[in-house]
Design a protein around this ligand. Structure first.
Ligand code: OSB
Ligand code: MG
Length: 400
């Protein structure tokens, strides 16, 4: 709904008309003018290091985006890592793309919705985590303007979310088993461990011996090739819920070849950037489960499309995590309320990552391993502005 002059524009409000002396809601007017966009980088030390097949990290450098639109601030988190190892993006490349291309295309513009923002992204190839940070901030603002919980705006229906944990590679098997014990005792519904050649069969064997019944999966982050076929077949004995992204990060077809040889279900993470990839993977039978990450697919609009494609094929999905601060975490929670998110997600409690999270309340998980979705308008968690200021190491405001 493009409107005429400024006087005609009613920003972020319910428009009422008085009819026969009674006020009735005519329409929800959500024209949002983006006055400015703030980019900031915060540094947050992790409670415990996190190690995958591509390395160990102890401190996060997180890029946050704030869209300022008449009285409402929408927040988005960029899930790019410190280094371009999980994907080609990093905190620094996302800053560059947001600063030079994405933010300038949106400041001074009127938008109705996060979905519209997705359709108006400038023609920058890839850099989906940078785009997602901005698009998701606009959805966050839209939910506040409409006074709706973000999860309802997305079309979610679930109110109790099954939750799992992702446990990185540790210094020793003993240290890993201790970590698993802590998370099982906390009630998490699914334990996922990182694997790579040299940290796989022994580890899974020890976990299974001690916990024969838990829902267990593993994530290789692309650390195997088809030369490991016989080795990967040995994973079948552990009755895993899935093996996540065993092969190359840019491959779908060869995962289909591998899936035919394994009893264990493959779950794709890195390979899926959008709904067409999801459809291709489903058609090729390259996996039986999909991990959906907001940043990897470029934001809420595409994440919903990936979800819809999977749901139509009855392929279960779950929400992946990228060691997010509370802001990204709250968005992951909102996404996980969609009907197809039937498997436990990596959306675990704030305290597993941070001494103090940047949102209030912190995300907590019940002894049954669920997160209760709250009904407050917007993302459902307040921003701790003072803490974020203290954690900020660089900040730039972009005006029209
Ligand atoms: O592959 O899921 C992954 C973290 C960084 C990069 C890739 C991955 C992960 C995780 C962390 O597994 C999940 C979490 O946020 O707890
Ligand atoms: Mg993964």
């Amino acid at each position: 709904m493009e409107q005429g002059g400024a006087g005609n524009r009613l920003n972020g409000c319910l428009r009422f008309a008085s009819l026969a002396g009674r006020a009735i809601a005519l329409e929800r007017c959500t024209q949002m003018k983006i006055e400015a966009i703030t980019l900031r980088e915060i540094r947050m030390p992790l409670v415990h290091f996190f190690e995958t097949s591509f390395g160990r990290i102890t401190d996060r450098r997180i890029l946050l985006v704030t869209v300022h639109c008449d009285g409402v601030d929408g927040w988005g988190e960029c899930t790019a890592g410190e280094h371009p190892f999980y994907s080609e993006e990093s905190t620094s490349t996302a800053w560059y793309v947001l600063r030079e291309y994405l933010a300038p295309a949106f400041v001074g513009k009127n938008l109705e919705s996060g979905r519209e923002a997705a359709s108006r992204m400038p023609a920058v190839r890839m850099h989906r985590m940078a785009k997602a940070a901005l698009e998701n901030a606009i959805w966050d603002a839209e939910a506040q303007v409409k006074q709706l919980p973000l999860w309802k705006l997305l079309g979610g229906t679930r109110s109790q979310l099954p939750t799992g944990v992702s446990i990185g590679i540790q210094n020793s098997h003993e240290q890993l088993l201790e970590k698993v014990a802590v998370e099982v005792a906390a009630g998490y519904q699914r334990i996922k461990v990182k694997v790579k050649p040299g940290w796989d069969l022994d580890v899974l064997e020890k976990i299974r011996a001690r916990w024969p019944q838990i829902l267990l999966s593993c994530d290789a982050n692309s650390s195997y090739t088809l030369e490991y076929l016989d080795h990967l077949k040995k994973f079948d004995q552990f009755r895993l819920l899935m093996i996540e992204q065993p092969l190359w990060s840019d491959e779908i077809y060869f995962h289909a070849m591998l899936q035919r040889e394994l009893a264990t279900s493959i779950c794709l993470d890195e390979s899926i950037h959008h709904a067409r990839h999801a459809l291709a993977a489903i058609e090729m039978k390259a996996c039986r489960i999909l991990n959906i990450k907001l940043g990897r697919v470029g934001g809420f609009a595409e994440a919903i499309r990936v979800h819809d494609v999977a749901l139509a094929s009855e392929m279960p999905v779950w929400c992946g995590g990228m060691l997010e601060s509370g802001i990204g975490r709250s968005h992951n929670i909102a996404l996980s309320t969609l009907a197809g998110f039937s498997l436990p997600g990596d959306i675990s409690a704030s305290a597993r990552y941070w001494h103090e999270d940047v949102i209030e309340p912190a995300v907590t998980v019940s002894p049954q391993g669920t997160i209760a979705v709250n009904n407050a308008a917007g993302r459902g968690y307040e921003i701790k502005g003072d803490l974020i200021e203290r954690l900020t190491v660089r900040k730039e405001m972009i005006w029209a």
